[in-house]
Design a protein around this ligand. Structure first.
Ligand SMILES: [Cu+2]
Length: 210
């Protein structure tokens, strides 16, 4: 009897330790917000955090994960126009749903994209969609109807290429708006949707509107 009680007690202790470790190491561990409230978001998307050139995150527990840098929690003002620049360095993973290759919900209906064409020549232009198979990541805030596919760096682009994507969108009233990537870009996880796709701080975060 005593033996059984001590076994149960040991089991309970192990479960409690596992829960504390899960909450502490996985759920609460995430990069802090961008400092201050801003109307300009400048971000970098990378194939692996260890490749980041603009905002390295050296102590991150997942250096090989895809991510948005410097962080994925941003404070922005309500009812304002937010200008976004994304320096996109990752190759294409492609969208499962080609519909999301289209731009939605941004000012003027188009994004401006600087990239390299198939022949390796620099190009730029306004786009309202991209080839869905060429999406590296997406910038999407469903509650604001904002959806922007980010063009992947092509195989013929020079090493170290950044596709520069700029656009702006309008915020609504105060609140916390969840945003995320819709490209199943988490290579090596179940259907590409695990790891960085399901952990805040990598392919998703919060737009905190005040
Ligand atoms: Cu992504």
């Amino acid at each position: 009897m005593l033996r059984r009680v001590s076994l149960v007690a040991a089991g309970v202790v192990i479960v409690v330790i596992a829960i504390v470790a899960f909450v502490g190491l996985f759920m609460l561990r995430q990069p802090g917000p961008l400092a201050g409230t801003t109307t300009k978001l400048h971000l970098e998307t990378v194939a692996a955090l260890s490749d980041a050139v603009e905002w390295p995150r050296p102590n991150d527990p997942h250096p090989d994960w895809v991510g948005y840098l410097p962080t994925t929690t941003w404070h922005v003002p309500a009812n304002s126009t937010i200008q976004v620049q994304i320096d996109q360095e990752d190759g294409a993973s492609g969208l499962r749903n080609p519909f999301w290759g289209k731009v939605f919900g941004i000012e003027g209906g188009t994004m401006h994209v600087k990239y390299f064409d198939d022949k390796g020549n620099p190009q730029e232009g306004d786009m309202d969609s991209i080839d869905p198979t060429m999406a590296a990541h997406t910038f999407a805030i469903p509650d604001l109807g904002v959806f922007v596919p980010l063009l992947g760096v092509g195989d013929t682009a020079p090493p170290g290429t950044q596709n520069i994507i700029t656009f702006s969108f309008k915020t609504k009233g105060p609140g916390i708006y969840r945003w995320q990537c819709f490209v199943p870009c988490a290579a090596g996880t179940l259907f590409g949707n695990g790891g960085p796709m399901s952990t805040i701080g990598y392919m998703g975060g919060e737009l905190i509107v005040t």
